[in-house]
Design a protein around this ligand. Structure first.
Ligand SMILES: [Zn+2]
Length: 192
């Protein structure tokens, strides 16, 4: 499982300080009273950037690893939440998704860039739709509405903190809940 590593430093500082070596997991999320033999279980590398590691523990009673994901990282998607947010903001400000895809992924062909961008638009829409319901914040499920409500340019990263108690129920890329099984895709497509 993944749990939150609340951290205010940037990804650059995280790498420079090798912060994954310093973080401590104070108690097992499955056994808060201890006694389960929780121990460090090395690290695993993030795909992007490739010199960045995430600290991991292992609970032998639960037979599960527990990794501490820093707030700036998207969950179950390469890269950071800020990168996703910037891409979706560019899409919102562009006259077409094709134009936005060429701007955010000039390094790949358009069809691949569009898939890359649309996945991120979908994940953000799903997360904000569920967050608006859980937080009862009267926001519409778009970054601009959350940006105004919470007065931040880093909406998705901020949500890790604001919605901390709901992270287990939220799908990627903000939450650590179960993988979205596709039903949300149908919902969001039919609502478009
Ligand atoms: Zn345990």
């Amino acid at each position: 499982m993944q749990i939150r590593y609340p951290i205010e430093i940037t990804i650059k500082t995280y790498i420079e300080q090798r912060a994954w070596q310093q973080v401590e997991l104070k108690q097992c999320p499955f056994h808060p009273d201890g006694g389960c033999g929780l121990s460090r279980h090395g690290t695993y590398p993030r795909k992007i950037p490739d010199d960045c590691l995430v600290a991991r523990w292992y609970c032998p009673d639960q037979r599960e690893t527990i990794s501490l994901l820093p707030d700036f990282f998207a969950s179950r998607l390469p890269g950071t939440l800020d990168e996703v947010e910037q891409a979706v903001n560019i899409a919102d400000a562009s006259s077409s998704q094709e134009e936005a895809a060429e701007r955010v992924r000039p390094d790949i062909e358009l069809p691949g860039g569009l898939r890359w961008l649309r996945r991120r638009i979908k994940y953000v829409r799903e997360a904000l739709t569920i967050l608006a319901g859980l937080l009862v914040n009267e926001c519409s499920p778009d970054l601009q509405s959350f940006h105004e409500k919470y007065n931040t340019d880093c909406v998705l990263t901020k949500m890790r903190d604001i919605a901390e108690e709901h992270l287990h129920a939220l799908p990627r890329i903000v939450g650590f809940g179960p993988r979205s099984d596709g039903r949300y895709c149908h919902l969001s497509t039919s609502n478009n």
